[in-house]
Design a protein around this ligand. Structure first.
Ligand SMILES: [Fe+2]
Length: 224
């Protein structure tokens, strides 16, 4: 009575503060770098793209966690920090590096229980896992599923087409690029384990298929 013991609930204000921290961290990683070091002219290597991807993953992971009965706070905080080190560390090291950044942040802001911090950091550390997702805690599974799903569907197609411009390819290569998004979608659909992620994967795959069909329908040379 009276004093409410703070459990693992993360308030909206706390979550927003974390979000600001993550975006500033990403921006700072880009600024520190020598110009052109990691092909920054590609939009998907920018801090803005990474931030946007992270927000997509947060929203997908939250939805999956809610429907699958995972701990929503663990999942959404892990999703928010999962790529925080993506622009400063090598691809193979970014998951571990991200877990370290998250641990430091969570230990120095608010009073989160150790078990909460451990769960969040474990999910971040394992988010590049390539094996069967059922080997992992449910929250980690939700994060990986969300990360996979953000690359398929209308959003994945838009990014792939954007990429074509940067690679100076003509729009006649569009069907090939859309096929690549389809392949990715099929891989993602085969990898996800939860019913929620599976149904999102199928819905998004369907959209890519529609786009492919519409393109074929309107661009005569593509049907040949
Ligand atoms: Fe990611």
């Amino acid at each position: 009575m009276g004093v409410e013991i703070k459990e693992t609930r993360v308030s909206d204000a706390e979550f927003e503060a974390m979000e600001r921290f993550v975006f500033e961290y990403l921006s700072a990683s880009v600024e520190k770098e020598d110009e052109g070091g990691r092909m920054r002219w590609y939009p998907w290597h920018s801090a803005q793209y990474r931030h946007n991807h992270i927000l997509n993953v947060v929203s997908l992971a939250e939805e999956i966690a809610r429907k699958e009965g995972a701990d929503v706070d663990v999942t959404r905080v892990a999703a928010l920090f999962h790529d925080v080190a993506k622009l400063e560390a090598d691809q193979e090291m970014h998951a571990e590096a991200g877990a370290r950044v998250a641990r430091e942040y969570l230990n120095s802001h608010g009073e989160y229980p150790d078990s909460f911090v451990d769960q969040v950091c474990r999910a971040i550390e394992d988010h590049s896992y390539q094996g069967d997702l059922r080997d992992l805690p449910l929250e980690t599974q939700c994060l990986i599923e969300a990360d996979l799903l953000d690359k398929v569907g209308a959003n994945g197609t838009a990014l792939m087409l954007l990429r074509m411009g940067y690679e100076a390819r003509t729009h006649m290569d569009a069907d090939e690029m859309v096929d690549r998004v389809m392949e990715r979608g099929i891989d993602a659909a085969n990898r996800v384990r939860s019913d929620t992620a599976e149904s999102i994967a199928h819905q998004r795959l369907k959209r890519v298929r529609w786009f492919r069909e519409w393109l074929e329908d309107e661009v005569a040379a593509m049907g040949e």
